[in-house]
Design a protein around this ligand. Structure first.
Ligand SMILES: C[S@@+](CC[C@H](N)C(=O)[O-])C[C@H]1O[C@@H](n2cnc3c(N)ncnc32)[C@H](O)[C@@H]1O
Length: 775
């Protein structure tokens, strides 16, 4: 019988990507079965489903092989199954009470318990969820970028491989293997028309999660939560049965002296673990999972929370097919507590509450501070609420004592956590509770990212009545017309990737090619922090004049664009690059050498500064030294485009924030389309709010190579230079020479407050630009 032409076409398309027929065949077979032979879905977006399924299969195989070769590990696996059941059960309960995700739920939001329906009997992917993903890709692509009518040319997405990037098409060019195209996330009207000539180029591969189910709150859940927490008898103890197996009868409510307003729903499970949710009328929520060790083996030892979380996350990624590399069980738990609090509030949104998550060991415990933090009705002159305010502290402490009854918390436990090498989290989140006599809260918003980031980033203004400036939030940089940002696996030679690695490069004893590119060892620790020595080197190269050195281009694109004489280059500060693993590497998406590409994972807030610097960015959690905070994201422009925009009077009148990507410029001549700049004026992420601080800023920007060994384009990532406490403003040194030639261009009167502030003038013209600020 003649081979099916569709099968043949699929084989050919995969062959172009270097995937053999043998590998394709079994996966295709399964896919046909799952899709009920609907070829349209398989062929769509140039066989995206097939490509993803093949990668997925590969990942599973590696994991399976590893598992099989270690029989001991199998046993541990069995134990984990036991540990995992309560969560599975919770999940099942969610799923029973809700319909499968609607196509509108396009963002992976862990806060919405983005668990994929497990198909334990079948290794393969749930077709419904894939369909949802597919449908997103089908949304119309338009050139509707224009917010104010001054940006009408098409752009394409660049850079960071992320969940939003879609594979579009595989193209063949002479001698080059082309990767499928990508398009922008389809959200918030920011849709992008692919430019043909740019899309004929190579594009990065997709890291999109194939399947995410966003459970909607079921009627049952919502009413249960509200009834219990927000009912008329506000002081009455509250409990919630979280078991899906009608074990409510087994609910044990405990009430002690200290526990006056707090009750625990202890839900015995049939298996080895119990799940408890405790809540009080004050809005505290505590989630406890306890395991029955008697069902375990006699040699049972208590694993560390980190170990359990890691194993659980691996399991979620593997078994539940959650493909978001940022997925974190801890976050899931926090979000669950958060949902509980939110479901329980039954008032107008009129109060900010401070919620202290405590150190990581106690992260599921959320005491809510009293209204003492929300004082005053004059929005032009509101005090900044602080977790260190006495009343707040007292309140938190009281609640803390009541709830945890002496469990490890507070400063000592935070210190303990730090000394033990765990990261303590103190999370301050808005909470609503109307209290008579307390005035409305400051201006605030839940999420400045419009759902574009995995975690919400709230904003708050307690100083005046300004709201944040209008700009389009984008979690990844956008390539503006003409900028040369093209990625191709064919351009990554074997010396620039580690194809023979597997799983996690950081656990290998022999440094791989990516480690070598970082100077023989990885830049990151296993905790995902930049290593002390690497970080100190980067800091010294930026801060210490004697350690600074510059590239002097023979033919500087900046000088060229201004029509200046060759040789007139002022020099570009040399920086150390971090090289992350990427698609051509053999490791998986959770490899420890992939940090920046996973995006923002800490809790941040945009706030109005009290010193007159305008908006700023702060952390809501304590951050250890070397932690990745965010990337500088914007439009990627050519220098020529920058010049054009500068000449445009309309543009000139706007505040413009630009940074040249010149850390990789060297003596070799750069073409015009390779001299690039990041412009955050119209499209940006939260980094656009980071203010400047002279010399001793708590962030440093480090260039990071992800997709391409060519350094004319790279990611610019911010890492902490020291431990940063919750609520501290995050700052970086723009590198402005306040006394020198930047004065006229970049000067604003510096209000950084640093003892070593470089701005010696007492008054300054406030020109809001960063352009020409060569970092
Ligand atoms: C990238 S933006 C930072 C966000 C900005 N504050 C806002 O409200 O959008 C840079 C601008 O912030 C202000 N700024 C940043 N750091 C400052 C500082 N140390 N002192 C005074 N103003 C500062 C200046 O107006 C500067 O042009």
């Amino acid at each position: 019988m003649a081979p099916n032409p569709k099968v043949k076409a699929a084989f050919s398309a995969m062959k172009i990507l270097g995937i053999s027929e043998d590998k394709v065949k079994p996966v295709l077979k399964k896919l046909l079965k799952v899709y009920d032979k609907n070829w349209e879905l398989i062929e769509e977006e140039n066989y995206r489903a097939l490509i993803d399924a093949i990668f997925d299969e590969d990942d599973n195989k590696v994991a399976d092989q590893k598992r099989k070769s270690h029989s001991e590990e199998e046993e541990e696996e069995a134990q984990t199954q036991e540990l995992q059941r309560p969560l599975k059960r919770l999940k099942r309960r969610n799923q029973e009470n809700q319909s499968i995700a609607s196509p509108d739920n396009s963002n992976l939001r862990i806060g919405e318990a983005a668990l994929v329906q497990p198909k334990e009997e079948e290794e393969f992917y749930p077709p419904q969820a894939i369909l949802n993903e597919r449908n997103k890709g089908k949304r119309p692509i338009s050139n509707d970028l224009n917010e104010k009518g001054n940006q009408s040319r098409p752009m394409v997405a660049s850079g960071r491989p992320s969940r939003e990037i879609r594979i579009r098409e595989a193209n063949v060019d002479s001698g080059t293997v082309h990767l499928p195209k990508q398009i922008l996330p389809v959200s918030n009207q920011l849709t992008v028309k692919p430019k043909d000539e740019q899309f004929t180029d190579d594009r990065l591969l997709d890291e999109a999660p194939l399947a995410v189910i966003h459970p909607e709150r079921s009627q049952n859940e919502t009413s249960t939560g509200k009834q219990k927490l927000g009912g008329t008898n506000a002081d009455a103890p509250t409990s919630l049965n979280v078991d899906g197996d009608n074990n409510g009868a087994g609910l044990q409510a405990s009430e002690t002296e200290k526990h006056k307003k707090c009750e625990v729903a202890d839900v015995p499970m049939k298996f080895a673990a119990n799940l408890e949710i405790a809540s009080s009328s004050l809005g505290e929520v505590k989630l406890t999972i306890s395991c029955n060790s008697t069902l375990g083996r006699s040699e049972f030892h208590m694993p560390s929370l980190d170990e359990v979380l890691k194993m659980m996350e691996d399991k979620c990624l593997r078994s539940y097919k959650i493909l978001d590399p940022n997925f974190s069980v801890m976050k899931l738990m926090k979000d669950m507590c958060q949902c509980f609090v939110e479901l329980g509030k039954d008032c107008n949104d009129s109060g900010d509450k401070t919620i202290d998550m405590g150190p990581v060991q106690d992260v599921l415990h959320i005491p809510v501070m009293e209204d003492a933090c929300n004082v005053g009705n004059d929005t032009a002159n509101l005090p900044v609420p602080s977790v260190t305010s006495d009343r707040c502290n007292e309140s938190a402490q009281g609640i803390e004592e009541a709830i945890s009854n002496g469990s490890a918390r507070s400063t000592e436990s935070t210190q303990l956590a730090q000394s033990e090498g765990t990261v303590p989290y103190r999370l301050i989140i808005p909470h609503c509770q109307a209290t008579p006599g307390v005035q409305p809260t400051p201006l605030k918003g839940d999420d400045i990212t419009n759902g574009e980031e995995i975690a919400n980033i709230s904003w708050i203004n307690e100083i005046n009545n300004r709201v944040p400036p209008s700009f389009r939030y984008t979690p990844q940089s956008l390539v503006y017309e003409g900028a040369s940002v093209r990625f191709s696996l064919a351009h990554i030679d074997n010396g620039s990737c580690c194809p023979s690695c597997s799983v996690n490069c950081l656990s290998s004893t022999v440094p791989c090619a990516c480690a070598c590119a970082n100077g023989g060892e990885f830049a990151y620790t296993v905790r995902g922090l930049v290593k002390e020595s690497f970080l100190e080197e980067c800091i010294a190269m930026t801060r210490e004049p004697r350690r600074r050195s510059h590239f002097h281009c023979q033919d500087c694109p900046l000088v060229r664009s201004k029509g200046g004489a060759p040789q007139a280059c002022n020099g570009h500060l040399k920086k150390k690059f971090i090289k992350e693993c990427w698609r051509k590497c053999g490791c998986n998406r959770r490899c420890g050498n992939r940090v920046v590409q996973r995006g923002i994972s800490c809790s941040l807030q945009v706030f109005m500064t009290s010193e007159g610097k305008g908006w700023g960015l702060r952390t809501l959690v304590d951050l250890p030294k070397g932690a990745f905070v965010c990337e500088y994201i914007g439009e990627i422009l050519t220098i020529n485009e920058v010049q054009k925009r500068n000449m445009n009077t309309m543009e000139g009148a706007r505040k413009t924030y630009r940074i040249f990507l010149d850390s990789g410029w060297d003596a070799a001549s750069l073409k015009d389309d390779e001299a690039l700049c990041l412009d955050t004026t119209c499209y940006a992420n939260v980094a656009r709010f980071i203010n400047h601080r002279c010399n001793d800023a708590n962030l440093i920007e480090i260039p990071v190579e992800v997709e391409s060994p060519k350094h004319h384009y790279y990611h610019l990532a911010f890492f902490t230079t020291r431990k940063v406490q919750a609520l501290e403003e995050l700052t970086w040194d723009y590198g402005i020479d306040f006394e020198g030639e930047d004065q006229s261009l970049n000067a604003f009167q510096c209000l950084c407050g640093s003892k070593i502030c470089r701005d010696k003038k007492s008054s300054g013209i406030s020109v809001h630009i960063l352009q020409s600020c060569n970092i």
